[in-house]
Design a protein around this ligand. Structure first.
Ligand code: PEP
Length: 251
């Protein structure tokens, strides 16, 4: 059975002390379900300290928000997948639309990042999603198919099984406009069917596919009740402990 996951992407928010306080608040919440994997994706500078805090909690894990596409070398200011693994983090978000938009993450770069992450036994949380133009032109499914095929379908079955997919329509990220559960379920079902065609039913049934894009404590329950939505990648609403905990309890 695939895992239910709620991942909080803090983006470039929270100082170290603010981040540690937020994690303390989440950990002290009485009502979190141990069946749901809670992943926290703070900035690089906080990874070790937060990994230390959650190390005895099997239902918590840490993710980095990105990594460099080369394993090591003369890349001033960059952080490698191996360095991330050395902090105790277990996941890396790859292909977030903000990185595709502002940091030049092309398909080729994303493939290299995936390879770096998999080489050090980290799990990618791989983001895909259509633009508003693609959605309005009703070409969103072709766009999603191309993103999966071009970036993921070169992977062996063994490597593919380490991936968590996050469907994040670009028009929904940080906009307050959430995909309806009907729209989101339609795309999740499409993604799972594509995985089934490529890797077979056992693997497609076992792949966690998260929804991301203005998901919050009010709309999470309806989204998570859909058959193919296995949780969420949460931006803004992951910055407040009560909201994040409430989302983790929305299954
Ligand atoms: C995200 O950044 O992955 C995201 C989904 O952001 P938000 O929840 O703020 O839309």
């Amino acid at each position: 059975m695939r895992r239910k996951i709620v991942a909080g992407n803090w983006k470039m928010n929270k100082t170290l002390s603010q981040g540690l306080q937020l994690v303390d608040e989440i950990l002290s919440a009485q009502n979190t379900s141990s069946q749901v994997l809670k992943i926290i994706a703070p900035p690089f500078t906080h990874l070790s300290s937060i990994a230390e805090k959650i190390k005895s909690k099997p239902d918590f894990a840490i993710a980095a928000q990105d990594c460099h596409h080369q394993p090591s070398g003369a890349f001033t200011g960059e952080v490698s997948a191996e360095m991330i693994a050395s902090t105790g983090a277990k996941y890396v978000i790859i292909g977030h639309s903000e990185r595709r938009m502002y940091a030049g993450d092309t398909t080729d770069i994303l493939i290299q990042k995936l390879n770096c992450v998999l080489a050090v036994n980290l799990n990618p949380i791989f983001c895909i999603g259509e633009s508003s133009e693609e959605r309005n032109a009703n070409t969103h499914l072709e766009a999603i198919r191309a993103q999966i095929k071009d970036t993921l379908f070169h992977l062996s079955a063994a490597d593919f099984q380490k991936i968590v997919i996050a469907y994040e329509p670009v028009w929904a990220i940080g906009t307050g406009i959430t995909a309806t559960s009907y729209q989101a379920q339609g795309v999740h079902d499409f993604i799972r069917t594509e995985i089934n065609k490529k890797y077979g039913k056992t693997i497609s049934d076992a792949t966690s596919i998260l929804y991301g894009g203005s998901c919050n404590a009010q709309n999470a329950k309806e989204l998570f009740s859909c058959a193919d939505i296995d949780g969420g990648l949460i931006g803004g609403a992951s910055l407040k402990s009560t909201d994040f905990v409430s989302i983790t309890n929305s299954f």
